[in-house]
Design a protein around this ligand. Sequence first.
Ligand code: ARG
Length: 459
Amino acid sequence: MKLWGGRFDEGPSETFERFSGSLHFDRRLLHADIRGSQAFARALEGVGILTAAERGQLEAAFDEIAADAAHPGFFDAATDEDVHTLVIRKLKEKVGALSEKIHTGRSRNEQVSLDVRLWLRGEIDRALELLGGLMQALLDCARRDPNAVVPGFTHLRRAQPVLWAHYLLAYFEMFARDVERLQQARARVNVLPLGSGALAGSGFPFDREAIARDLGFDAVTANSMDVSGDRDFALDFLYAASTTMLHLSRFAEDWILYSSEEFGWLELGDGVTSGSSLMPQKKNPDSLELIRGKCGRVFGDLSSLFMTVKGLPMTYNRDLQEDKEPLFDAADQLNGSLEMAREVIATAKLNPARPAAAAEESWVVATDLAEALARNGTPFHQAHKLAGKLVLESLRTGRKPADWTAEELVKFAPEFTPAMAALMWPAEGMKSREIRGGTGPQAVARALEEAQARLSKLS
Ligand code: ARG
């Protein structure tokens, strides 16, 4: 069946049908298509095209199609051009001639926008739920080792000591921004395009606000030409998804490193790691590597849609059919990665002794020393130089910070005080960083509580 054909002598060639058909991927929109069509049937009753009885008959038939779709083989042998055509064919099989009224004053151009919006709204809600679970897992992980100290890095070189919880809260903030971005994308998605017709506006006086309420949309679109060619709402989602994947990927990279033999900070759960077919000892972080890998794929989805849309003349062009595969893929990869990351975090165990040792054997405390000197009146550049000399001397003589006694420290330079020897322990200097947003233990405890309160408000 075709939804067009009157002006053609011949039907489409087999090659063209195979080339242009989208059912093998847009079948995913079936339930959104049915939901939208049921609301449209109610709108058609509102403008007198359908009687209440006809509308009821159509709604029931749509329900049946939705139920039929659960059966295996529903899509077998279907050669329809797209999911919209398939649904109408199934409708015709059920209600005969009455089905011919369902497309009154409606175009597939707006229908496809409607279906994608309805489907995408559900995917965003799922992503938001998964993000909430992931953020909770981060907070739980922080609470399991509230006092653990790790070296924080810049340039992947040991820089300053921080609390493990502070490190985890950094990712909490990134994901909190991702929640905001997804909510903003959702607001752009949740606008009703129906009533736009093919490009010029429908020729029937539908109550668009009523349809919007019916389908749970917050607003109606303002320009029919815009609707036909607009995929900004999908791009907004793809950007939000890309940024979330970016954060997941950086997190994955961290944890791949931290769980390696070289670091030894983390033990990943057996359930999220794989062995090697050749090397019996291996425990590989495949779940995290795949998250990192899928991130690139989602960036590709975003650029793919940008490329598709960039040269299109107003309004609808069939190129736009190419929007769906990247969009579907991005939603799948995003939600799959969020679910996976949560499980990795929930099943990982920190071995706090290893990062603590890494902090203690290095000179991550050098900044604390320099700042203590500055607090005591030594100009900071001087203090920096003194602490640097102390590091150099220690490296030459093979001393760790804690090897220095108070007497030796004061002997090294009179600017040092005996009390400053305590700063040779990484956890000590941290206490001077109680500034909001810093790694001071009280600041972090407060930040953890605030994060939990913010998260509870989200759900
Ligand atoms: N399958 C098409 C798409 O996904 C539906 C719209 C077809 N419209 C058209 N004028 N050919 O974009």
